[in-house]
Design a protein around this ligand. Structure first.
Ligand code: SAH
Length: 392
């Protein structure tokens, strides 16, 4: 077993169960682990403190366990069972009209670098670290055992999520089964999930509860769902009794999926129209017909250096909505950038509101749902932020 020794005093964050070890904290390593291999971590006093996946980069080890234990089949099975039991105990994995949820949320489930989303009988597994990639077959086997016949297919989708410098050349494909049946149910609404080519694991599972909230505000409103992707918010608005729903995304493929999903749920419903167009162009040319607007842009900042530009992006985007939304309108506005804090985001939206000069009240402060839990020792895991605003 490779042994990583920390510099004196660098074990403090690990004592508080933070799951990352930065390369600067390391004094020396016994042996030459390859990226993704399992290593044991010791303090300068040679006391065991953690086991984890070794990485090349600023995060050098992602902790799998604070116990000295083998990372084997039993380990994966136990961790996945804990994750599944949690989803069952909070009712999300047993909901009668929902079969779409996140089973494993990386650090939030003490499995840094691993994401597993469930869509009906298919699990989509995504590795964000070389270690999880190397262990993918073990994980898939353990997943099969834990889920039993509730899962028939396991699709591995990591071509775009692994550190490219690691030269792993992952290939997307089924590790188990191989069904093309791809319709999942979210609170009674049907969605085609494009796990083969779609973004993330094929769907944005993390907006489920926020979509359900939107449904309550949609009655008789004219809705703009900006950055609609596969149309998630639009169908909840339609079910909630919206007067009209316009879905906009710059990706033609996303608009095609949105239209397919409308047909699945509300065939021939004339209230819905979808437009493949750039958000800023659309917001500039649109009129003032909307009194419920959703802004759910992609992460504007993926890295800390991009923070300033990202905040400017959020400010500009929200300013356009404040300028045009009808009096008495409701704005659902989000940021999914991990590096943008709740305070950063609120300041950007506040500035946009002030520019419009309108009276704005916060009705709800939104975040990610319970199946995307935040490990209390890893506050960085809180990434989704949203505000529901009433604009006078
Ligand atoms: N609200 C969606 C998820 C949005 S993901 C849901 O509930 O599922 C962000 C989306 O923004 C992607 O579909 C992407 O194609 C789109 N996008 C990115 N840049 C854009 C731009 N400049 N204008 C419009 N859409 C854009």
């Amino acid at each position: 077993m490779y042994k990583v020794y920390l510099k004196s005093g660098k074990e403090e964050s690990l004592k508080r169960f933070h799951p990352w070890i930065f390369s600067g904290a390391i004094s020396h390593i016994d042996g030459e682990p390859e990226e993704g291999e399992v290593v044991e971590v010791y303090t300068a006093k040679k006391e065991f403190i953690a086991t984890g996946h070794f990485q090349i980069g600023s995060i050098a080890v992602r902790v799998l366990s604070f116990r000295q234990e083998p990372i084997n089949h039993d380990f994966w099975k136990r961790k996945l069972a804990i994750a599944y039991d949690m989803r069952r105990s909070i009712g999300i994995a047993t909901h009668p009209s929902n079969n779409t949820y996140r089973l494993v949320h990386g650090e939030g489930d003490n499995l840094p670098g691993l994401v597993i989303d469930i869509y009906a009988k298919t699990a989509v597994m995504q590795a964000h670290s070389a270690g999880m990639h190397l262990n993918r077959m073990d994980i898939a086997e353990a997943l099969s055992e834990v889920m039993g016949d509730r899962i028939e297919n396991i699709y591995y989708k990591s071509e775009t999520t692994l550190p490219f410098k690691a030269d792993l050349f992952p290939e997307n494909g089924f590790l188990k089964g191989g069904s093309n049946e791809n319709i999942a149910l979210e609170y009674g609404l049907k969605f085609h999930v494009d796990w083969l080519k779609g973004q993330k694991t094929g769907f944005f599972v993390d907006q489920r509860e926020n979509r359900a909230l939107l449904e309550r505000y949609a009655k008789d409103r004219s809705v703009l769902n900006m950055f609609c992707y596969t149309g998630g918010f639009s169908f909840y608005a339609m079910r909630g009794g919206a007067r009209l729903v316009h879905s906009v995304d710059s990706s033609a493929k996303a608009i095609e999926l949105t239209n397919q999903n409308v047909e699945l749920n509300f065939p021939g419903d004339p209230r819905h129209q979808a437009f493949a167009e750039d958000a800023f162009k659309y917001l500039d040319r649109m009129g003032d017909q909307y009194d419920l607007i959703i802004l759910d842009p992609p992460a504007f900042a993926k890295h800390k250096d991009a923070l300033r530009n990202a905040l400017q992006g959020y400010r500009k985007l929200n300013a356009k909505a404040f300028e045009k939304i009808r009096p008495g309108g409701i704005l659902f506005t989000f940021s999914c950038s991990q590096v943008v804090t709740k305070e950063n985001f609120r300041t950007a939206v506040f500035t946009a509101a002030a520019m419009s000069g309108r009276s704005v009240r916060i009705l709800h402060q939104l975040t990610q749902p319970a199946d995307h839990p935040v490990n209390i020792y890893h506050p960085e895991g809180e990434y989704l932020k949203g505000l529901v605003l009433y604009v006078e």
